[in-house]
Design a protein around this ligand. Structure first.
Ligand code: AMP
Length: 282
């Protein structure tokens, strides 16, 4: 496994692979867990070469958010990626990606302003900017994202389509702990009591999915159901619970089985966590 910190060195290495080999790319912010590793495993299965980037992207954090305290553990990440026989790791410093005077940002209109975009107004602009930069740097055949961040995957797919990027964007299933909590690097912030409260979201979503399977189609009834379930946990504050279409993220009154995203974000103490389920393909 080779690790590169500069774009020039990474590009020089990747030039060796370009002739007829497929290249899979997994962008991450590090502090890796099985959710990230499932993307790496999929890339390994489907491609000749797998590149993983580790970069905590300042552009996607708001001024009052956790950029400084975001967990970082390079050696542990390196060890996990070595075990999976990843070919190349890109581990740039902030200055390498955003040198002095950096001025260009990418914005996907509308899709970035709803759900998480409402409470994190500059977040998706930061995400699309860094992902486009990384896709330009790595030039992968295929790039892998998790459905845990369903809105992010939808926005990146839209960016790739609108900007005619020559890459296949894959949205992979959510990986959970055995009790249902969606894996997240931010779970490390939770005290044992908070972790128990954090389960409220996945539990409520699971029950809501069962309600839909049993025939409930009224979006506001599902929203209320989820809100009520979560309100049983006093440590939790709801940021949002929404039922939207999967393709356009438009609010909808009626749940369809092939085009619905049920998504939520909660605060447990100082930690903001998200989860969702989808009906249909991203
Ligand atoms: P992050 O390091 O949080 O930026 O995540 C990097 C990639 O891993 C993103 O595409 C995430 O959607 C994905 N990811 C994070 N957590 C999970 C999870 N629990 N299951 C599946 N994918 C995930």
């Amino acid at each position: 496994m080779k690790i590169f910190e500069t774009i020039d060195q990474l590009r020089e290495e990747l030039r060796k692979y370009k002739s007829g080999q497929t290249l899979g790319f997994v962008p991450t912010m590090g502090y890796l867990h099985q959710g990230h590793l499932s993307l790496v495993e999929q890339s390994k299965k489907e491609n000749d070469v797998t590149v993983v980037s580790i970069f905590v992207n300042p552009a996607q954090f708001g001024p009052a958010e956790d950029f400084d305290s975001y967990p970082r553990e390079a050696e542990r990440d390196e060890h996990l990626l070595r075990k999976l026989a990843v070919d190349v790791v890109f581990y740039p410093a902030v200055k390498e990606i955003y040198p002095e005077g950096y001025a260009t940002y990418v914005e996907v209109e509308k899709l970035g302003n709803v759900l998480c975009g409402k409470s994190r107004p500059t977040h998706f602009r930061g995400v699309t900017t860094v992902v486009l930069k990384l896709l330009n740097i790595v030039s992968p055949t295929c790039a892998y994202f998790g459905r845990k961040d369903a809105q992010q995957a939808i926005i990146i797919k839209k960016m790739a389509k609108d900007l005619n990027l020559d890459v296949v964007i894959q949205a992979m299933p959510i990986v959970r702990d055995p009790d249902g909590l969606a894996l997240s690097s931010r779970n490390v912030y939770l005290s044992p009591e908070e972790r128990e409260a954090a389960l409220s979201l996945s539990r409520a979503l699971k029950k809501a999915k069962t309600e839909i399977e049993q025939g409930l189609r009224d979006a506001s009834a599902i929203k209320e159901f989820i809100q009520k379930e979560i309100s049983k946990y006093p440590l939790v504050t709801i940021d949002y619970i929404e039922v939207v279409t999967l393709d356009a993220l438009d609010k909808t009154n009626t749940i369809t089985l092939d085009n619905t995203l049920v998504a939520g974000a909660i605060w447990v103490g100082k930690t903001r966590l998200i989860d969702n389920f989808t009906l249909g393909e991203i």
